[in-house]
Design a protein around this ligand. Structure first.
Ligand SMILES: NC(=O)c1ccc[n+]([C@@H]2O[C@H](COP(=O)([O-])OP(=O)(O)OC[C@H]3O[C@@H](n4cnc5c(N)ncnc54)[C@H](O)[C@@H]3O)[C@@H](O)[C@H]2O)c1
Ligand SMILES: [Zn+2]
Length: 360
């Protein structure tokens, strides 16, 4: 039998872990490796709660290992660096997102797309090279190769910067890659949650006209007044949907559950693109005719490479793209998870790890 998480490595660590599929997390003692030559160690101050954390905690993708310390929207302050570290020093404000490793030799890695490397290692719930599991940011500190660390500019508040590490790069990257970043374009955003509200902010910062597509009118006022969306479409209203047919150049779909794609394809112009970012438990139904009649495409996108992640953070700082967050203490985590499951958050929970994680 392997060693227990408390004995695997020399450095004591503390966090909150899920032990089973119940969705409940509790305090957890474990260990992390010593700071290697190329490693950055940092004290975690804030960590966002992504819907992927919820999918993983409940094993909705069927690949969860327990105990699991989730968290991949992590920011903090550097406490130690290895002797070969070039980019960071003690005291720097840094962040880590969804990845902590890749092969660095495949085509994807050579093109700064470590996120598509077949050997990409996730920040948590991944088998690490030494046979242990990776543990995420719902914890007191992190240690990882400097390749996977980004710098947080001084002008970004640290708590609101946290969600950029996943929700930010996951929406910025496809807007860029699929060419939905040109001023005047019409871009739709479906699912106004953690990812969706950041997608609206980036799309507006690129100068596009943004339509939020939602199942109810409930979020209309704040989508327009607070997030700056140009229009709001209720997907359950056939008249509104009919009137908007063929108007959008692209749609960023961030919904966390399966839903009909046909009405969304109808909203696209000829050559329009529907980009799926949500990862529901069950597969979608994809009809062919609406794609063929109009040369439309359905694509996907997963987080982003490290170079682009730094570019996204710098862009966010320059254009004042800051997520709307609800900062909560660590002992609120289980309530936050329940509320996230009901889409009852505006728009991202961020755990105040620095002030409220108590190792007792
Ligand atoms: N592609 C990637 O790299 C990547 C990265 C992060 C998260 N994700 C995935 O993206 C999804 C969204 O993550 P999030 O953190 O923004 O979640 P979230 O819970 O904050 O937001 C999801 C939104 O979808 C809406 N929604 C849920 N069910 C719906 C339904 N049946 N019909 C219409 N709307 C519905 C909710 O109201 C909410 O506004 C999750 O599946 C997550 O795992 C993917
Ligand atoms: Zn995430």
């Amino acid at each position: 039998m392997g060693k227990s998480p408390e004995e695997e490595h020399p450095v004591k660590a503390f966090g909150w872990a899920a032990r089973d599929t119940s969705g409940v997390l509790s305090p957890f003692k474990f260990t992390r490796r010593e700071t290697g030559d190329e490693d950055v160690r940092f004290k975690v101050l804030y960590c966002g709660i992504c819907h992927s954390d919820l999918h993983c905690v409940k094993n909705e993708w069927g690949n969860s290992t327990y105990p699991m310390v989730p968290g991949h929207e992590i920011v903090g302050v550097v406490t130690e660096v290895g002797c070969k570290v070039q980019k960071f020093k003690v005291g720097d404000k840094v962040g880590v997102g969804c990845m902590v490793g890749a092969c660095h030799s495949c085509d994807s890695c050579e093109n700064n797309l470590e996120n598509y490397c077949p050997k990409m290692l996730l920040t948590y719930n991944s088998p690490y090279y030494d046979g242990t599991n990776t543990y995420g940011g719902y914890s007191d500190h992190m240690v990882t190769s400097e390749r996977y660390v980004v710098r947080i500019p001084d002008s970004l508040p640290l708590d609101a910067a946290a969600p950029l590490l996943c929700a930010g790069i996951t929406t910025y990257s496809p807007l860029r890659y699929y060419g939905l970043d040109k001023p005047g374009m019409n871009v739709g955003v479906v699912g106004l949650g953690g990812l969706g509200h950041v997608a609206v902010k980036f799309a507006k910062a690129f100068g596009t006209k943004v339509t939020v597509i939602s199942t109810s009118l409930r979020k209309k006022q704040e989508a327009i007044e607070q997030l700056g969306a140009d229009s709001f479409l209720v997907s359950t209203d056939p008249d509104q949907m009919q009137a908007a047919m063929g108007t959008l150049d692209g749609i960023i779909d961030t919904v966390s559950a399966t839903h009909p794609l046909l009405p969304l394809l109808g909203l696209l112009k000829c050559n329009g693109k529907l980009v799926l970012l949500g990862v529901p438990e069950k597969p979608f139904e994809l009809p062919a005719f609406p794609l063929i009649l109009g040369r439309k495409m359905v694509g996907g996108s997963g987080i982003g490479g490290m170079k682009e992640t730094q570019e996204m953070i710098d862009f966010a700082a320059e254009h004042n793209v800051t997520p709307f967050i609800e900062v909560v203490p660590v002992d609120y985590l289980n309530t936050a998870m329940q509320r996230l499951a009901k889409a009852d958050v505006k728009y991202r929970f961020v755990l105040d790890i620095g002030n409220t994680l108590k190792a007792d």
